[in-house]
Every structure is written in C-alpha cells, then in structure tokens.
Design a protein around this ligand. Sequence first.
Ligand code: APR
Length: 261
Amino acid sequence: MQHTQQSRAAAAAARALAGSRSLAMLTGAGISAESGVPTFRDAQTGLWARFDPLQLATPTAFAIHPKLVWDWYAWRRELVAKVQPNPAHDALVEIERRVPDCLLITQNVDDLHRRAGSRKLVELHGNIGRVKCSREGTVVEDWDLVGDEVPHCASCGALLRPDVVWFEEMLPPDALAAAEAMARRCDLMLVVGTSAEVYPAAALPPIAKASGAIVIEINPNATALSPTADYALRGPAGRVLPALVQEAWPDTPFAAIPRMA
Ligand code: APR
C-alpha cells in the first residue's frame, strides 16, 4: 500500500477510533519490540540464540530441564526489568483515558502495559514477574534462591515456576472470558504487534469482526489477520500508534505522544 493510501487509511482509522464507544485493544510482542524486548518469533538474541523459545515455553521442557527453563525466564525477567515502556504503551494509556468503556487484552508477559499506566488490562498469558508453585498454582511473592537450584514451594516443596501460560496449557479462564466478552461487544478492536498465529488470542479479532466491530491492525508486516482488517496500518507501533491517537484527539497532551527516541 503506497504512502497516500496509508495516510488515507490512517486518517479513516483515526476517525473510527475517535468515534469508538466500546473499544478492545489486543497486543502482542511487537508492541514491546521498540522497548528492546525480543519478539517471540524473531531470532533469540545473545545467550539464548541457540534455543527455540517455542521449545522452552512448555510444561514438558520444564519437567525435563527445570533449571534451563527457570534460567531462561530469569534472564527474560532481568531483561524486562531494565527496559521501559515505549510511546506505543503510552498511547494505549491515553486511549484508556479517552474511551472509558475499553479493555486492553495482552498476550505479553512483560508487565510493560501496567508499568506504562494501563489499568483496564487482561493478561491472557500471565506475567513473567510472578512466580507460582508448580503443584498448587499459588503465586508466591518472593522465593529463596538456594545456590544454583530452582527454588521450591515453601508449603509443599514442589518446584516453583513462572506464572505464565506455556504451550499446551489452558489460559486463565477469567481472563479469556473477559477478553471474549469484550471482543463480542466492542465497536472497534485495535490489534497491535501480533502475528495473530497463536490461539485462542488469535480468535479474538475474527470474533470482533463477526460481531460488527471495525478492526484496525498496526504491524510493520502483513499477518494472517491483515486481509480481514478494515485498516492495516504498516509501521512500528511506537510511531504509528501515537500518531493515530494524536490524529483522533488533536488536544492530546503532548506528553502522551512519543518521546521520539
Ligand atoms: N511494532 C509493531 N509490531 C511489530 C514491531 C513493532 N515495532 N516489531 C515486530 N512487530 C510484529 C511482527 O511483525 C509480528 O507480527 O510483532 C509480531 C510479533 O509476533 P510474535 O513474535 O509471534 O509475537 P506474538 O504475536 O505476541 O506471539 C503470540 O505466541 O509465542 C507465543 O505466548 C507467546 O504471547 C506469545 C504468543
């Protein structure tokens, strides 16, 4: 799509956004890319380049190599603690202010939406900052690292694990129910930074579309969702999303618009 088509699409998308009265936002790893958090399907960087995340984020991997999986998540936790939300996260906080009836549904586990200030938030795949007992499922706030061992649950002795949803695992039922309900009743869904490949999250935009919502996609690349999106805005979320918010609400306080890095 050439530049003029893109700018026409962006203008129409901004008008639709400004007119929304019930708004769903669905985000994936791409919205955190400009914060420096590798996406899932980009090649792993550095130490973990030789591991395939899709092989590590599974109950089987944890059962066979608990230490490897624990260390991978500890590495990701440290990485995420060092980065900051980017203007795309800030733009979604501004949208939450502008559209009271909204819900941010994220597949990300990096906590950057909450750190940016989003509060109407559902974490479909958990949160890397939380750790839980692998047997009881109870979340533990802190844990003792004994040497190089994976820590154990103080009450039952089972291994602790990250409070995230691994492949082959069910999503938190309340989170998924809230996300599906919003997808059914929203008049607009903003889909940012997801390859739209992993279900059940990937089913949310089609549910919204089938319920009559307008679907806006923001992604530098085409995805499985692109052909059915009403507006497919090509570009990095850190630039496209703040510009969309500024166009939708020109009085947006400048602070909410990109601190261009
Ligand atoms: N701005 C917007 N989108 C971007 C950017 C950016 N700056 N950079 C990359 N992207 C897009 C990519 O084009 C891709 O479509 O972000 C998407 C990232 O896709 P994935 O790596 O597949 O991440 P995601 O869609 O969140 O994966 C879904 O799968 O691996 C599991 O549980 C994991 O939550 C994850 C789920």
